[in-house]
Design a protein around this ligand. Structure first.
Ligand SMILES: NC(=O)c1ccc[n+]([C@@H]2O[C@H](COP(=O)([O-])OP(=O)(O)OC[C@H]3O[C@@H](n4cnc5c(N)ncnc54)[C@H](O)[C@@H]3O)[C@@H](O)[C@H]2O)c1
Length: 255
């Protein structure tokens, strides 16, 4: 959870966060709520999603859960409709759901398809439905979770790298396509962040030491540090920022 306590000025707005059952998505959902937005928390992980909603409500915010697998077009459509039905519209969307299974052979067709289906096509489907609502309302802000693997390569994960480069590309495309409709579209590119996704790495002290050492700031990032950047990108303070891939990586890609 973020401890900056900044209110990004989203009172009365509606935010949708995918992959909000834990990690970066949960942290962002909390910052959206802290900034005054009603939050539709979405994930395939129902228990995690319910926990996020409970955390927001315990802090005095407004939230609801909707189960959605972002690789399924009909579920994504229903999720966006649910945000509008429950909270009256859609102003901010954080397309964050993703998978990253280290050790998989991503040249295997089935693993490639699954990775692209969630990490890239899932983001496209979310953007398509969200932008349709935002166009009809006269504007909005979308942030897609890419990765530093959306900007630089890594030898082990062709599907993840291709998907995350695609996510950055979709943000640039969306920024141009919907600029005149008042919709800003950006990407966030996290470095190595402590979340359930990286828990297996952190659990191994030797691996953790290697990861810490490869980051110029000497540590992994926190989910809250990504969440602050995401909600700022969705806020009125970022009103002229669009098509940007914001790196939040402790210096990993600064070489
Ligand atoms: N943790 C990192 O170091 C790191 C670095 C760069 C980018 N990212 C990206 O950040 C995003 C969030 O990851 P995280 O680190 O918080 O990990 P996480 O595993 O905690 O969160 C990912 C969430 O997405 C959900 N999810 C998975 N498949 C889904 C699907 N098909 N439909 C809907 N929800 C689904 C999971 O249930 C989970 O709650 C991902 O897109 C990931 O690729 C993470």
């Amino acid at each position: 959870m973020s401890d900056l306590g900044i209110n990004y000025g989203l009172n009365g707005k509606v935010a949708l966060v995918t992959g909000a059952g834990g990690g970066i998505g949960r942290a962002a959902a909390l910052v959206f709520a802290r900034s005054g937005a009603s939050v539709l928390v979405s994930d395939v992980n129902e228990a995690g999603g319910a926990e996020t909603v409970a955390l927001i409500e315990a802090a005095g915010g407004k939230a609801g859960f909707f189960r959605c697998d972002v690789s399924k077009a009909d579920e994504v459509k229903a999720m966006v409709a649910a945000a509008v039905d429950r909270f009256g519209g859609l102003d901010c969307a954080f397309n964050n759901a993703g998978i990253n299974r280290l050790g998989d052979d991503e040249y295997d067709d089935a693993i490639w398809e699954r990775n692209i289906g969630i990490n890239l096509s899932g983001v496209m489907r979310c953007m398509r439905e969200e932008a349709a609502v935002m166009v009809s309302r006269g504007g909005g802000a979308i942030v897609n979770t890419a990765s530093i693997n959306g900007l630089v390569g890594n030898p082990g994960q062709p599907a993840y790298v291709a998907a995350k480069h695609g996510v950055v590309g979709l943000a640039r495309h969306g920024a141009l396509r919907w600029a005149k409709a008042g919709i800003r579209v950006n990407a966030v590119c996290p470095g190595v962040i402590e979340t359930p996704m990286t828990a297996p790495l952190v659990a191994d002290p030797q691996m953790k030491a290697v990861i810490d050492a490869m980051t110029p700031m000497g540590r992994m990032g926190t989910a809250a540090e990504i969440a602050e950047a995401v909600v700022w990108l969705c806020s009125p303070a970022a009103s002229f920022v669009t098509g940007h891939a914001m790196v939040v990586d402790g210096g990993n890609t600064a070489f």
